[in-house]
Design a binder for this molecule. Structure first.
Ligand SMILES: [Zn+2]
Length: 329
């Protein structure tokens, strides 16, 4: 039961699960974008960008977003986004996905309130407990045709409720057993991406450590054709960091995953790439710029509006130049 007491299937709301999206992405050598949203402007920007660039899209809601925006409101925002898209004409496939679900109850609540896909993140648990929790979510999700993402290995960095000092790369020897025993539809792995805007501690002039493509290749060899997910895959785009710092912010040392490494990953079995921080940075940069240049501005539409416009540009550029999902809807 949802907080509003009514159970609804994602199909009634017009969402798609990720099964077909990933099958096409695997065949086509691209990745589907998974963009997080917490508010109206982000949601509008994601939908607008993906309709314009003809890309399938996964709308991600974290536990923190549900707490921030209210679970019932979020569900209706998702529904509103689908209806807005249909009215724009030429809709694209949209999944509504729980990001980093940490309990069976949370996953169940999302499934009952119309999510088409859920992540159950048991990666911090001992291996057997991760399997047990993930399998249990799958048993509830699959009869309802909801797809499930599991995780093996731990990413470094901070994202909402998820934080870890150090990353533990996925051990490729575990993936066959995990996938078989949990019945998951996709698997998030740790190959060096990281949550947040400060992904790597490097000195000026040093380049970021490359992703562990050797681990990815070994995973692909062991579970051929199985959809892989990369979390923490923002590039922490330099122009926006510079804009933030120029207009009174303080984000020295922020660094992300270079886009060409993500391009390479998207061509492999990686079918879903999660991007959250880049959206946050764009919003912050533009809002800071408006505040600095027009200190008398007090209408939220006058700073959230330009932030939304810039977000559309950034998402289109990701779809076209990084994920390769543009034109694939
Ligand atoms: Zn994540």
């Amino acid at each position: 039961m949802t907080t509003s007491g009514k159970t609804v299937s994602f199909k009634e709301l017009g969402f798609s699960n990720t099964r077909d999206m990933f099958a096409k992405a695997m065949k086509g050598g691209y990745a589907v974008p998974a963009y997080n949203f917490n508010n109206m402007e982000q949601l509008q920007a994601i939908i607008t960008a993906c309709v314009q660039s003809r890309s399938p899209v996964i709308l991600q809601v974290s536990k923190g977003a549900r707490e921030y925006a209210n679970a019932t409101l979020l569900r209706y925002m998702g529904l509103g986004a689908i209806q807005m898209m249909n009215e724009m004409g030429n809709p694209v496939p949209v999944a509504l996905h729980l990001d980093h679900g940490d309990s069976f109850d949370l996953a169940q609540s999302c499934i009952d309130s119309g999510f088409s896909s859920v992540m159950i993140d048991g990666s911090a648990l001992p291996y057997e407990q991760n399997i047990e929790l993930t399998r249990k979510v799958g048993e509830y999700a699959h009869p309802r045709d909801v797809t499930v993402e599991g995780e093996l290995g731990v990413l470094a960095g901070i994202e909402e409720h998820v934080s870890s000092e150090k990353s533990h790369y996925t051990d490729p020897r575990d993936v066959e057993d995990f996938v078989k025993r949990t019945g998951v539809d996709s698997l998030a792995i740790s190959i060096g991406t990281s949550h947040g805007a400060f992904k790597f501690k490097i000195k000026p002039g040093e380049s970021v450590p490359p992703l562990r493509f050797d681990i990815l290749e070994e995973v692909e060899r062991r579970i051929p054709g199985f959809p892989i997910v990369l979390h923490g895959a923002s590039s922490v785009l330099t122009p926006y960091i510079e804009m933030i710092n120029k207009y009174g912010g303080k984000m020295e040392g922020a660094v992300g995953v270079p886009e060409e490494q993500l391009r390479r990953a998207a061509k492999s079995a990686v079918c879903k790439i999660n991007i959250d921080s880049d959206g946050r940075l764009v919003m912050t940069a533009i809002i800071r710029k408006v505040f600095a240049e027009k200190p008398g501005e007090f209408d939220p539409r006058k700073y959230l509006g330009p932030a939304r416009e810039e977000l559309v540009k950034m998402y289109i550029s990701k779809n076209e130049a990084v994920l390769g999902s543009a034109g694939k809807a």
